[in-house]
Structure formats: structure tokens, C-alpha cells
Design a protein around this ligand. Structure first.
Ligand SMILES: Nc1ncnc2c1ncn2[C@@H]1O[C@H](COP(=O)(O)OP(=O)(O)OP(=O)(O)O)[C@@H](O)[C@H]1O
Length: 314
């Protein structure tokens, strides 16, 4: 990534230790102005802990971070207030009152921020929630609760929006709505967004940049596009003898970029068009073929390969 860029948020070796547990380890991430940054990791990877440190909800054990160019370990209380007035988030998960409606709940937060009534209506409408209806928060579905949290976080048009797993619990229609909203906020309003998720197919559709964390440590930080291009399609064969199969690919088909995964699996690091001819050649040489398929260069496949196991899909 371009390290000379204009960062709205930057962490520098941020670390959080709970007793024997290192929840976040030397994490340095760089979030550029107006971009959507996807913080990706399995459950327990350290995403929420990172976000809580950035929001000042928990204190880092070591390391620093800056918001809007200000080193947060060196700022005054009044600067702190003005910086956080430009940040919206869904992590503090405002104690929404169960016995109030969505509108009544947002009205409380709007009053605290001195926002007019019309922002409540427009925030709710943008998130597909009813304005001034009778449904109590306690009767909301998980998806509606998520939408209300995002409506609350975006109500004061924050410059930086920090969203912890905002699409968890949403139905497909809800996911599309949130995707459109976030892309609109980033592209048309210049909002910078840090979003955590383990739903990689969705992150591939919205993120500009990504950081992948595992066991609290950053494994990779990259422009999403670069990462997808560098990890393009591959073609996989599951066979009875991968060493012999590799020889046939090299000698008969002049294919060079072959990766032997194990005795029964190998892949070619690009898409191929003559898989039928290859399978025929394998069989004629006494090699059984259990499977032959194109593995797309998706974020999900990349994530699986570097985290050694696969994303959580719950
Ligand atoms: N207050 C705490 N005390 C002790 N350990 C904690 C505390 N908060 C988080 N942890 C641990 O730190 C690690 C990272 O947790 P964190 O919630 O940041 O992960 P996450 O990536 O957000 O995962 P999830 O998606 O499940 O929330 C986990 O092992 C968790 O058990």
C-alpha cells in the first residue's frame, strides 16, 4: 500500500494483552480517506478488540494510533471530544431501550448530538426502517437491530464510520441495502469506513483495501484489487498420483507453473481450456482422476490459503 497517503486512521504496533492472552499483536493498519477498509478475520481474531481500542473504549497495552492525523496518545480532552464527534460506530452498541420504538430511540441520540428531527427520519428511511411506527425495539429482528445501529452511527454524517460485523444477521435484501449505503457514503459523501467482517464474498464487493488478521496479528494489508489480481484463477486436479500427473502436464502439455499440494492433489496456477484432453491423457497413463475444477481467485479462496483452514461461515 502507498504509505505516503492521507490516512484518516493509522495504527502503529497496536497491542492488547488480557492476562496470558494476546488479543491484538503489533497491529499496524492504514485507512485512507474516503476508502472502505475491510478488517477481515475469523471469530476471535481480534477485530472487535482493535476497534474498541481505536474508539478509546479500551486502552492499548502498547502501541499507538492516530485519527485524522492526530496521535491519540498525545491529545487533550477537548481535542478528544472534537475528534470523536467525527466518528460514527456500531460498537458502543448504544443501549437502545427495549420498550421504545426505533424512532424514539434515535430521538434520544439525536438530542444528545443536537441533531434536528428530520435527520432521524432520513436516517431511518435510508436504512429501510419505518419512521414513527409503533414497533418496539424489543420486537425488532436481529437484522432490524443492525439497521438501527447503522442508522444511529450515520445520523450525524461522520467522516469516519467504524462498523463491527454490520451485515451479520441480515437477510440477502438487507445485505444489498447496506452494501449500497456504504458504497454511496464512501463514493458520494467521502466517508471513510472501517468495517469488520468474516463474510468475505461481501467484502470483495465493497472494500477498497483489506487487512487480514489471525490470532491478533496482521497477515496481509493490500488494495483488494491487487490481491485479487495477484491471486488469479487456478485449475485443480485430484488424482491418484500427482507426481506422475505433473510429469504429463510438463512433458505433454508444456505446462510449467504446477503446484503439487500433496500426493493426490496438484494445481496449475492459471485457468486452462484443454482440461478434457489432460484428463484423457492422465487416464491413458493409468492415473485416476477424482476431480478437476477451476478455483477462482476470490478473496475467500485467498483468505483460506493464508489462514490455513478457511473463513468461519456461521
Ligand atoms: N475482555 C476480555 N478479556 C479477555 N479476553 C478477551 C476480552 N475481550 C476479547 N478477548 C479475547 O481476545 C480475542 C480477540 O477477541 P475479539 O472479540 O477482538 O475477536 P473478533 O475478531 O472480534 O471475533 P468475533 O467476530 O468473534 O467478535 C479472543 O480470543 C477473545 O476471547
Amino acid at each position: 500500500m502507498d504509505l505516503n497517503n492521507d490516512y484518516v486512521l493509522r495504527t502503529d504496533h497496536l497491542t492488547k494483552i488480557y492476562g496470558p492472552q494476546i488479543s491484538v499483536k503489533n497491529l499496524s493498519i492504514h485507512v485512507q480517506k474516503g476508502k472502505i477498509y475491510g478488517l477481515l478475520g475469523k471469530n476471535g481474531a481480534g477485530k472487535s478488540t482493535t476497534m474498541k481500542m481505536i474508539l478509546g473504549l479500551i486502552k492499548p497495552s502498547s502501541g499507538t494510533y492516530s485519527l485524522f492525523g492526530k496521535d491519540m496518545s498525545k491529545i487533550t480532552n477537548s481535542e478528544l471530544k472534537s475528534i470523536f464527534s467525527k466518528v460514527g460506530n456500531t460498537i458502543e452498541s448504544p443501549g437502545f431501550y427495549p420498550n421504545l420504538t426505533g424512532t424514539e430511540n434515535l430521538r434520544i441520540f439525536a438530542k444528545l448530538r443536537k441533531l434536528p428531527e428530520k435527520t432521524i427520519e432520513s436516517s431511518l428511511t435510508k436504512l429501510g426502517l419505518p419512521y414513527k411506527d409503533k414497533k418496539l425495539f424489543s420486537e425488532y429482528s436481529l437484522g432490524m437491530k443492525q439497521r438501527l445501529a447503522i442508522a444511529n452511527a450515520t445520523m450525524n454524517s461522520p467522516e469516519l464510520l467504524i462498523l463491527d460485523e454490520p451485515i451479520n444477521g441480515l437477510d440477502p435484501e438487507g445485505i444489498v441495502d447496506i452494501r449500497k449505503l456504504l458504497i454511496d457514503l464512501s463514493q458520494n459523501q467521502g466517508t471513510t469506513i472501517l468495517i469488520s467482517s468474516h463474510i468475505l464474498s461481501e467484502m470483495q464487493l465493497i472494500a477498497d483495501d483489506i487487512g487480514i488478521i489471525a490470532n491478533g496479528a496482521l497477515l496481509v494489508e493490500s488494495k483488494l484489487q491487487d490481491l485479487i489480481e495477484q491471486n488469479s484463477n487456478s485449475f485443480v486436479f485430484k488424482v491418484s498420483n500427482s507426481a506422475n500427473a505433473a510429469k504429463i502436464l510438463e512433458q505433454q502439455f508444456k505446462i510449467k507453473d504446477i503446484v503439487i499440494t500433496n500426493q493426490q492433489k496438484l494445481s496449475i496456477s492459471h485457468a486452462i481450456t484443454d482440461s478434457a484432453a489432460i484428463i484423457k491423457a492422465f487416464i491413458m497413463n493409468g492415473i485416476d482422476v477424482q476431480a478437476a475444477y477451476l478455483k477462482e481467485g476470490t478473496l475467500e479462496n485467498y483468505f483460506e490459503s493464508i489462514t490455513n483452514g478457511g473463513a468461519s461461515h456461521e
